[in-house]
Design a protein around this ligand. Sequence first.
Ligand code: GTR
Length: 325
Amino acid sequence: MKLKTLTAALLASAAMTGAAFACETTLRSSDTHPDGYPTVVAVEKMGELLKERTDGRLCIEVFHSAQLGEEKDTIEQTQFGVIDMNRVSLGPFNNIIEETQVPSLPYIFRSTEHMHKVMDGPVGQQILDAFADHDLIGLAFYDGGSRSFYNSEKPIKSMEDLAGMKFRVMQSDMFVDMVSALGANATPMPYGEVYSSIQTGVIDGAENNWPSYESSGHFEVAKYYTLDQHLIVPEVLVMSKAAFDKLSPEDQEAVRQAAKDSVPVMRELWAEREKASEQKVRDAGAEIVTDIDKTPFIEAMVPVYEKYVTSDKLKKMVEDIQATE
Ligand code: GTR
C-alpha cells in the first residue's frame, strides 16, 4: 500500500513536470526560408516569449524551408485556418489586399529607416488592420531588405541592359507591370522554382535581397547582381483569424505583444545577415554592379503608380509615406 502510494506520487509529479514544459496549444507557423534565417529565428523567439508569458498555454512551431508549401498556397491555408501563422512578403498579398500594394510600390521608400518609420506608424497600422477583412490578423512587419535584379547572362549597368530579358517576380500583378515598365519580361512563379528555372534557362534571372539571393543559392546560377534596389518590400507576420478567435482575450493580447517584441530581434538579425550574405556571395565570385544611375529606373515607374494608385485611399497612403521624414 505504501509502495503504491509512493509510485502514484512519483508518477503524478513526473506528469506535472511534463506539464510545465509541454504546450497546451502549439501554433504552426510557415516560412519559406531555411532554418537559421532571420525571419525563422525571430518567429521562434516570439514563440519563446509566448510560452513564457502564457505559462505554456501557447507555443509556436516554425515549419521552415517551405515545408508547408509555397507562399501563395500557404496564405490561402492560413485564411482557411489550416495553418495558424505565416511569415510572408507583402508581395504575394498585393492581388488580395490593395493596401499592401502601397509599401510594395517601386522606390516608394527612400531607405530602410524611412520604411521602418512608416511601417511603425499609422500607415503601417492601417495595413495591418486591412488583413482583418481577409480572415487574417496582421501582427507585425519584418525587414525584407532592398530587392535588386540578378541574372545568369551579363552585368546590368543601365536600364537598357534589361531590355528583352526574362525575370521571375513574386506572384503579384504589380511586379509584372514593374518589370515590363523597365523593358524586360516578367514571369511570376513560386520562390522554390527559381533556382532550376534559371539553371535550365526558362528565365534569365530574378530579383531579391542579399540574404535571399545567398540562402536560396541563386547566386550559384545567376552571378550578375545589380544594386538598382527597385523595391523595399516589408514582410509581414499574420495569424489565421480562425486560430486567433479560439484564444482568450488575454492570450490574444499575448500573441500581439510577443509578435511586436520579436521585431527588434528580427531587425538586428537582419542587419547582420545582410552583411554576411553579401560577403558570402562576393567570396563565391558573384559580380556586383554597385555604380548604377537609378534615375531612369525611378522615372520608368510612373505608369506603375498611375495604374495601381487610383483610389483616394491609396493616394493618401502614398502621400503620407512621401511626407514621412
Ligand atoms: C524573400 C522573402 C520571401 C519570398 C521571396 C520571394 O525575400 O523573404 O518571403 O517572398 O523573397 O521572392 O518569393
